[in-house]
Design a binder for this molecule. Structure first.
Ligand code: HEM
Length: 446
């Protein structure tokens, strides 16, 4: 269990500690921050690189410089086991959220050594690079099919038409659950899970809804896994689910709760994050027409552009760790049990790591960013995400190099400090460009 043998989180820092309010003159999380967190991050990095905030999970240290975020993510003094106090805040919630905690805490992302290394090895060998090559033509088909059905002259919501369904389809296909009730079925409830994960102070209701969603996803997986166990190797499939079932049979995965936790987490992680990279990425590119035009002219720069999108406005803005041994950092005493919020979004704008960090520059000399994390928990899905983003952007550039935002000022954001991305993103071709566009939609433009 996550909090086994750990001191409870301390409720307040030692007197004299730097606090976010002391540094910024106000709490961090307001509408301005959700719209543009970067000015606040800059002030934290400059004046309080380790600052206490009461706003995150009842109290946590915010770490904002690249070098420190990197250290927190690599160093074993910071544990990934942090779900106990998060899911089960009050004593009442302890009983009613036991099912949630039982599954959630077993997911790879919340494990420490040695369990983490054991499960990670299974996941790495289940999630093979060769699978991505096999997946590519199928994804190309899905992208083309979806784009063919759109009318860019009258505009469309890029999130509901592509950014949301495509990553769901990709991960479901890799896992082998796309034909067992369609990915939509497995993903039912993932919004509730995203709301819980994205909240810095989740309410009991949010936790209960997330639990219901998680358990529903788990039940669907349970029946799919049962079939796989029964058919064994006879069915001739070789997808991620089959490999996980084999690992369970060989004792590398211990018990069905551990297996279910990996399935649910992989499906969720596989689509929620990529969705934000695609939608936020397109929004940024369309707001930087010079970059968009130069990509249309020379698509070979696309991989670098996607890396720059990940750095410039990271889809996942932070992750958490719990302190296992008292330590000092920038004069602050972090005590055993304290929660640390490692601000990836801030680290990726740190001028000590990136030249001109607030400029979006697809031609910049690449320096490693922390968008996919670092150390033992570094993202398992990075290659898949990069492939999806490159495929989507290259199709859009090829088809509609004059694509534009319908209303750049009216983009509604996710409303969570964790995810950077729009809820909806309406785009269209300007009239003149649409009229010159070959294909079925030319006639639609008068
Ligand atoms: C834009 C897309 C993505 C971003 C920005 C992203 C970001 C991250 C980050 C920051 C971490 C480290 C978390 C930590 O250290 O606490 C992580 C871990 C992870 N990601 Fe991703 N991710 C993305 C896409 C994906 C996809 C597509 C998948 C699955 C197919 C995936 C699966 C995972 C898994 C399984 C872990 C946990 C690894 C471990 O704990 O060893 N991610 N991701």
């Amino acid at each position: 269990m996550p909090s086994r043998g750990r001191a409870p989180a301390n409720l307040a820092p030692l007197p004299g500690a730097h606090s976010v309010v002391g540094c910024l003159g106000r709490p961090l999380l307001d509408d301005d921050f959700l719209r543009d967190p970067y000015p606040a991050y800059r002030r934290l990095r400059d004046s309080a690189p380790v600052a206490w905030s009461d706003e995150f999970f009842g109290g946590a240290w915010l770490v904002s410089r690249h070098v420190d975020v990197d250290m927190v993510l690599r160093d074993a003094r910071f544990s990934a086991q942090r779900t106990g106090g998060w899911v089960m805040r009050g004593s009442e919630q302890r009983t009613e959220l036991r099912g949630f905690q039982r599954l959630f805490a077993r997911a790879l992302i919340f494990l420490d050594a040695p369990d983490h290394a054991r499960v990670r090895q299974v996941m790495t060998s289940a999630f093979r690079p060769a699978d991505l090559q096999r997946l590519a033509p199928r994804l190309e088909q899905v992208i083309n099919h979806r784009l063919d059905a759109l009318d860019p002259a009258s505009g469309f919501d890029f999130v509901s038409q592509l950014a949301r369904p495509l990553p769901a389809q990709a991960i479901a296909t890799l896992m082998g659950v796309d034909d067992e009730g369609a990915p939509g079925g497995f993903l039912e409830g993932s919004n509730e899970l995203a709301d819980f994960l994205g909240a810095v102070d989740p309410s009991r209701n949010q936790a209960l809804q997330a639990q219901a969603a998680l358990l529903k996803m788990a039940t669907r997986f349970e029946s799919a896994l049962k079939q796989r166990r029964q058919s064994g190797d006879k069915a001739g499939r070789d997808d991620v689910l089959d490999r996980l079932v084999r690992a369970e049979r060989d004792g590398q995965i211990r018990g069905s709760a551990e297996l279910l936790a990996q399935c649910v987490m992989l499906l969720f992680a596989g689509h929620e994050t990529t969705r934000h990279l695609l939608a936020n990425g397109l929004q940024i590119l369309l707001k930087h027409p010079t970059a968009w035009r130069s990509l249309a002219h020379d698509p070979s720069v696309l991989p670098a552009a996607v890396r720059e999108l990940l750095r410039f406005d990271s889809p996942v803005q932070y992750t958490g760790r719990r302190v296992t041994t008292e330590l000092k950092l920038h004069g602050q005493t972090l005590r055993r049990g304290d929660l640390v919020v490692a601000l990836i979004g801030s680290a990726n704008r740190d001028p000590d790591q990136h030249e001109r960090p607030d400029e979006f520059d697809i031609t910049r000399r690449p320096t490693p960013s922390l968008a996919f994390g670092q150390g033992p928990h570094v993202c398992l899905g990075a290659a898949l995400t990069l492939m999806e983003a490159q495929m989507v952007f290259s199709q859009l550039l090829k088809r509609w190099p004059h694509l534009a935002l319908q209303d750049a000022d009216l983009v509604s954001r996710m409303g969570s400090p964790l995810y950077r991305g729009p809820r909806e993103l309406f785009v269209r071709l300007p009239r003149v460009a649409a009229a010159n566009q070959p294909g079925p939609y030319t006639a639609a433009v008068s």
